[in-house]
Design a protein around this ligand. Structure first.
Ligand code: SF4
Length: 488
């Protein structure tokens, strides 16, 4: 069965962090943290350069992007059919498919499966879908400990922190901070641990080894699922994912319904687009694929939880559907001037950066994330690097319009901005009024330093609270036109 024929279910708290404050306040605090800004600038500039180098090697990169977009568009148009095919193929090969309408349902399903396997511990592959539904906390409430095994996720978990990047969740931490966390939280760590990356990785490896060997249940997300054979695919760089996917007897995969691809030929496109866009590599060091159960080899209980959690509702709108094309590569985060300065926590969502500003309002509603569509300079860098050509700036503009419209309907009394805009429209509606306003306003006489105005009076003060305005030229355009061309 699929959800696509059902009315959309309001998702409780999809990807939205409880108690998250609005972006402007959170961003202001992040901007004051110079260590955070230095960590982010170093990390994003390194990944940006790597990506640009490997993308530049491919003369047909733009054709690949167009192919990725076309595959996603065609898949979304018949998503129900592909999901039913996926379910049939996974089931035919010994796996079990579960459908979860929202986070609560998905968490209950997973907790029930872990309990059914008689386990009180699970090892996890890095997974945004499980972050989105808050699975670790839900399992903890059932007395089940979930151990993150991706190095960056482990750092976040041990530091009682939150991920701040899709691909590099601990991007806001530097080596010295990571060493401190390990010394503080890993009971079995060498007290002489240095902040050398190899030493830190070795400490994590030793810490995790026992978990891998003892865990009865592994939990993963999936980068892709291939409907024609029921095959699931995870790509990663560290090999921890391969351990989680092969060693435990039970494997549970939680996957958003938009991750399905019709065929292996489609996967070939994305296995070229994803690594270059995400880690700046030509191919992922580990590409793991599994198809149902193979007797005597790997997990003997294989479960797939197909997660809706607001996706069906997003699919129903043009902008929401485009956002669902995202393959979570994080290229848009690494080029975003806003993300580079604020980091991921300011977005208050599991999905930060430009794609978070687009995805979170689509999944949990514009009102709940009303400041996120404004967390962008609309410079267009995200669109240029997106491997599936999601036009993020246009979607943000549409979300802003939707937010303004919803606010207008909600508040009978117009906001200061709405009143100012209405007055401006009235003034600009007639040439005579505009001329009179120019004379009366004497805008050309506003004082500024070095051609900039630092502070405008209310109701325009909001505009200059975070930016300068240029001093208007002494001569208006009309005056210039008359002077150059004559006439009125
Ligand atoms: S929106 Fe595009 S660039 Fe950003 S994470 Fe998704 S696929 Fe990558």
């Amino acid at each position: 069965m699929t959800f696509l024929g059902m009315p959309p279910v309001a998702p409780p708290g999809v990807g939205h962090l409880q108690g998250a404050e609005a972006f402007p306040a959170a961003a202001r605090r992040a901007l004051a943290d110079s260590q955070l800004r230095a960590n982010l600038a170093k990390a994003t500039s390194t990944i940006r350069a790597k990506r640009a180098r490997v993308v530049g090697e491919l003369p047909d990169w733009e054709e690949l992007r167009a192919a990725g977009e076309a595959v996603k568009t065609a898949t979304m148009a018949r998503l129900d059919e592909h999901l039913e095919r996926l379910e049939a193929e996974v089931t035919a090969r010994g796996g079990t498919v579960h459908w979860a309408r929202d986070a609560a349902e998905a968490n209950e399903i997973v907790a029930g499966l872990v309990r059914g396997a008689g386990a009180t511990e699970v090892v996890k592959v890095k997974s945004l879908a499980t972050d989105e539904i808050g699975l670790n906390d839900a399992l903890a409430a059932h007395g089940i400990a979930a151990w993150e095994t991706d190095l960056a996720e482990l750092i976040v978990q041990l530091g009682a922190d939150r991920p701040s990047h899709i691909l590099v969740p601990a991007i806001h931490r530097n080596r010295a901070e990571i060493r401190e966390i390990f010394l503080r939280e890993m009971g079995d760590v060498d007290p002489g641990l240095t902040d050398d990356p190899a030493a830190l990785a070795e400490a994590a490896r030793l810490h995790l080894r026992r978990k891998f060997l003892s865990a009865q249940v592994g939990i993963s997300g999936a980068n892709f699922a291939i409907a024609e054979t029921g095959t699931l695919c995870v790509v990663e760089s560290e090999g921890n994912g391969r351990m989680c996917l092969t060693l435990p007897r039970t494997l549970i995969t939680v996957m958003g319904i938009e991750k399905v691809l019709p065929s292996w030929a489609d996967l070939a496109v994305f296995l070229q687009l994803l690594p270059r866009s995400s880690t700046g590599e030509r191919m992922n060091p580990y590409t793991s694929m599994w198809t149902g159960v193979t007797p005597g080899d790997g997990p003997q209980q294989v479960h797939l939880v197909l997660l809706d959690n607001g996706r069906t509702a997003a699919l129903a709108s043009g902008t929401g559907r485009a956002a669902l094309h995202c393959i979570r590569c994080s290229a848009c985060l690494n080029v975003c001037p806003v993300y580079e300065r604020t980091g991921g926590h300011a977005y208050g969502s599991v999905y930060p950066g430009p794609i978070g500003a687009v995805l979170s309002p689509q999944l949990t509603g514009v009102e709940r994330n009303s400041s996120l569509p404004y967390a962008s300079s609309l410079c267009g860098a995200c669109y240029e690097v997106c491997p599936v050509r999601i036009d993020i700036p246009s979607i943000l503009v549409e979300l802003r319009a939707r937010h303004v419209e919803e606010s207008r309907q909600e508040h009978r009394v117009p906001s200061a901005e709405a009143a100012t805009m209405a007055a401006a429209a009235w003034v600009m509606g007639r040439p005579a009024r505009f001329r009179a306003a120019q004379r009366a306003g004497r805008l050309g006489r506003l004082a500024g330093r070095r051609g900039r105005i630092r502070r405008l009076p209310p109701p325009l003060a909001g505009w200059t609270s975070a930016r300068d305005a240029p001093v208007p030229p002494a001569q208006t355009f009309r005056q210039w036109w008359r002077q150059e061309r004559g006439g009125s």
